[in-house]
Design a protein around this ligand. Sequence first.
Ligand code: GAP
Length: 467
Amino acid sequence: MAKKNQKIENESDLMDKVISLAKRRGFIFPGSEIYGGLQNSWDYGPLGVELKNNIKKLWWKMFVQERADMVGIDAALIMNPKVWEASGHLGNFSDPLVECEECHERFRCDDPYSPEATRETGAHWLKHHPKIAVGSFKIEEHFTKPKQFNLMLKTFLGPAEEKANEVYFRPETAQAIFVDFKQILETSRQRIPFGVAQIGKAFRNEITPGNFIFRTREFEQMEIEYFIKPEDWKKQFEHWLGEMKRWIKAVGIDESRVKENEIGEEDRAFYSKRTIDFEFEYPFGQKELYGLAYRGDYDLGQHQKFSGENLEYKDPISNEKFLPHVIEPSLGVDRTVLAVLLSCYSESDARSGKEDAVHEKEVTLRLPKAIAPIKVAILPLSKKEELTKPAEEILRTLNKNWMCQYDETQSIGKRYRRQDEIGTPYCVTVDFDSLKDNAVTVRDRDTMAQERIEIKELENYLTKKLK
Ligand code: GAP
């Protein structure tokens, strides 16, 4: 029997353990590392790209493939700058920052007198300018007043770096859905209510990126704009609230660590009648994971005004013309990866038996099967050709269906542990009995139960198990 999973008592330990596992096993490592890295940029390695792709595939399957009322797009990262004028990003997409007058380091700071802000600026002062006594530290004397800093990431199209060629990397995927609304409507024959989904990169010149992949300047989003009749907004909002909860469960995020934060009127965008932030209890605090917002017809209205194009929808039955309203479920891919890793990481005392029962903890990544980077590991018990040959043949059959790993080095216990650590749901062991009974042992990651399965039945067996 598997020993009961032990909760990691110390939350900052959990963060360190997840970051270390991610680096050690090739999920996520620092970007440009041989050149000393680049502030808070992270690269997804061989296992990370599988995990991330599987998360995106699952989302697309649940919200595009399995729904007749949804279609997808994949728009350009760089759009006409007028888009950002219309959306309000050029005017308003900014965070307040304060700057240390001594060394010019900048901090994001909504309220300079809040305990959170004073803690950060105070800690900075102590570390970098310790000559001033702590007691006399006053934020208003040592830091500038908060000023607004625009988060749009600028570049130039074409060889001349001049104003006319200035463009921006998109700060969200959402706007392209509004900008393409007319063409989507004309080509997809969708009728309201219907939605458009997009997965892709977004860029923000964040003042304080950090906490691993939680806040970076380049990240991925999965966003939906669901177009509705204005009078249906309450019903549709509830529907998407339910869908987001369904997603959180399906992707393996620990629901007990997720809190819904109903955003009050004073903090909502002026055009939104209701916004809920889904927050996750990260080891560094309870912070945003996803957002769900009712945005009215603000975006289509703005693009209609700025582009001069009529973006109204004509109801095919009543012939009524109106600007659709939208419900927007907005999800970060990287925050999903982080919340999933934190939720699925587990440790236990040596599960794999006597031979490897060293005094260290064994790690199991209890990922949902659908998102596990490697679905099946094929492990010949010995490196002798009589076992490696049939094992390689099994690999060639199974890797037509699933990402598989073949591993013939070290003891079988160590190999099971290597697979548990990366969340592989099934290990297939080829042993000397296999030569006689044409069967293999299949081990389940979570229960550690082992079943003897005929090789000719293996593909069917795993198809059922991995469904
Ligand atoms: N279209 C609405 C929108 O973009 P947002 O709350 O600014 O809303 C949506 O972003 C989601 O994108 C967030 O809930 C988060 O998951 C993710 N996200 C935003 N900024 C991010 C950053 N700098 N790094 C990583 N993920 C980020």
